[in-house]
Design a protein around this ligand. Structure first.
Ligand SMILES: Cc1cc2nc3c(=O)[nH]c(=O)nc-3n(C[C@H](O)[C@H](O)[C@H](O)COP(=O)(O)OP(=O)(O)OC[C@H]3O[C@@H](n4cnc5c(N)ncnc54)[C@H](O)[C@@H]3O)c2cc1C
Length: 530
């Protein structure tokens, strides 16, 4: 049996692929996938909130090689080309298949799929649906398929269940403990367990993510001894409606909206040749710089010019979700610029995984935002993450099915593949997350660390891990920016993995304490827990 934990795009894709491969599948989700009103927010994760779309090289004249090149360019030197090549090539195939199966992408009057433009993409290649409701449409499409398999008895759907621990036996993950809504805990044993629990941008006070995005799966994996990688790379989206978590998709800038400073002047044109469509990290960084210089809190997104150029009703027609969200907060974005500021949005770090989702612990797989394959490097290219969930969710499902059919016999031969993963495993550091204070002032120098908030012991463990990774990377690269090390350091142009020394047991009183080790990545210190 395969246990899939999480029901965003990665978990649903994984479950469906595992069923297609002939496996018996159980899916656990904290929400309800099959309630009378369809999916609830706890089951939909970030997926159901996604707006802009799915990047895929399916348009005329486009090619996976071009999509790969854009992905590599955005990733600031750390993209694993094998992973990104697979994302682009397999992604285009999967998106074509979904379209053939009836995924209701928006279409042009001539019937061809309408393709949007987003930051740092060399061409229009964003497949979208429901205007700006791509995630909800995609989630409903995949959830319908999972519900159909559940009705046919091929998937056991466990709703209102949150994973609280992985079960291990002689170093092999053999299932998970799931907490029910009534507080009871049940053990589910499985030949293969897949973490598809999403990212951790919800740990930040300003975030576009749902509350479920707290990296729960990453903490579970770390407790089971798995390598985690790239936690320091947290992408901030430049245009979140100020004072709210409501995202205003890059697709709006792709359609012609511009960013204005407090005096009403465009500022990105002077700072990057692609102006408002520069890579996301560049726009967020320049916005942050401007706000610091001016002592202001928000810049302004002016979409009124889209409405003026293309006619009344254009914004409501193309971006119905964003139109509703801005109106709900008292703005009429057809007539006025709206205040926006950067907020944590996507996390590149996660459980170190190979291209089949295998982690460093036998029996444990990870996919989607919970995983770190190197596919996004130091900075994810817009709209590549729904695609990541489709591609790597499916691959993890197939691989888990293969592993499950071999059972424990093959655990001894567990051998994650892929150049990027092998390099990570070789260079992994071992870090403790308590037993000392962070160097004075250091935390303030790493903007992505300062706002982190821990609401629970699990959060505290992850916050501590992020701090270790962020403080150890003494350079600025992609989404990771430090005031005290403002430039990239060529000597640090590699991904990093850590095996964090966290208590393996579910002991709420346990200290986050362990022996610090030095390691190949060098000079790991014991930093503070939070
Ligand atoms: C507002 C917004 C807009 C976005 N727009 C786009 C876009 O246009 N294009 C794009 O490519 N990407 C976009 N993204 C990013 C993208 O949506 C996510 O990266 C992607 O959906 C992640 O999918 P996932 O399946 O890995 O995780 P999620 O969709 O977050 O799903 C995680 C699942 O795990 C469950 N879970 C969490 N903890 C536990 C636990 N302990 N036990 C059991 N289950 C658990 C959650 O409830 C959820 O079901 C956007 C993100 C946001 C927040």
């Amino acid at each position: 049996m395969i246990l899939v934990i999480g029901t965003g795009v990665a978990g649903l894709s994984c479950a469906l692929a595992a069923v297609r491969a002939g496996a018996e599948v159980t899916v656990a989700t904290p929400g309800a996938l099959s309630g009378p009103d369809g999916t609830d927010a706890r089951a939909g994760g970030s997926t159901a909130l996604a707006q802009g779309g799915v990047a895929a090289a399916v348009g005329p004249g486009d090619a996976p090689a071009q999509h790969l090149a854009d992905t590599v360019a955005a990733g600031a030197g750390l993209v694993d080309p094998e992973a990104a090549g697979l994302l682009a090539a397999a992604g285009a195939r999967i998106v074509r298949r979904l379209l053939a199966e009836g995924f209701a992408a928006d279409r042009r009057p001539d019937g061809r799929v309408a393709l949007g433009l987003e930051a740092a993409h060399g061409r229009h290649r964003i497949v979208h649906a429901g205007g700006d409701r791509t995630g909800a449409v995609l989630h409903a499409f995949l959830a319908d398929a999972v519900r159909a398999q559940a009705a046919a008895g091929r998937i056991l759907l466990l709703e209102e269940r949150a994973a609280t621990a992985l079960i291990t036996d002689a170093g092999v993950v053999v299932g998970a403990e799931l907490r029910r809504r009534d507080g009871g805990v049940e053990a589910r044993r499985a030949e293969a367990t897949v973490l598809a629990t999403g990212g951790y941008a919800g740990l930040y006070p300003r975030s576009s993510n749902p509350v479920s995005s707290r990296g729960a799966g990453i903490v579970l994996a770390a407790r089971a001894g798995a390598l985690v990688a790239d936690l320091e790379f947290v992408q901030f989206h430049p245009t979140v409606l100020h004072g709210t978590g409501a995202l205003i998709s890059e697709a709006v800038r792709g359609a012609g909206a511009v960013l204005l400073d407090g005096s009403g002047s465009r500022f990105m044109a002077d700072r990057h040749p692609l102006a408002e469509l520069a890579p996301r990290d560049v726009v967020s960084r320049e916005t942050g710089r401007l706000l610091r210089e001016r002592g202001e809190e928000a810049i302004w997104l002016d979409a009124t010019r889209i409405e003026r150029a293309e006619g009344a009703g254009t914004l409501a027609g193309r971006f119905p979700g964003i139109s509703a969200a801005t109106a709900a907060h008292g703005y009429d974005w057809t007539r006025e610029a709206v205040p926006v500021s950067p907020a944590a949005h996507y996390t590149m770090g996660g459980v170190a995984s190979d291209l089949e989702g295998r982690t460093s612990v036998p029996g444990l797989f990870a996919a989607g935002e919970a995983a770190s394959t190197g596919v996004h490097g130091a900075n994810r290219l817009a709209s590549n993450s729904l695609l990541e969930g489709l591609v790597f969710g499916e691959r993890a499902g197939r691989a888990a099915a293969g592993f499950a059919s071999g059972g424990r016999r093959v655990a001894g031969r567990w051998n994650p593949r892929g150049a990027g993963f092998r390099a990570l495993e070789k260079g992994a550091g071992v870090a403790a997350v308590s037993g000392g204070a962070a160097p004075a002032g250091a935390v303030e120098e790493v903007p992505s660390v300062t706002g982190l908030r821990a609401a629970s012991r699990e959060d505290a463990a992850l916050v501590a891990m992020i701090r270790v990774a962020a403080l150890e990377r003494t350079e600025s690269r992609g989404a990771h920016q430090r005031f005290d090390h403002p430039d990239p350091d060529p000597a640090q142009a590699q991904r990093r993995a850590y095996r964090f020394a966290l208590p393996a047991v579910r002991d709420p009183e346990a200290e986050l304490e362990s022996e610090p080790h030095s390691a190949a990545t060098g000079q790991l210190r014991s930093l503070s827990s939070c």
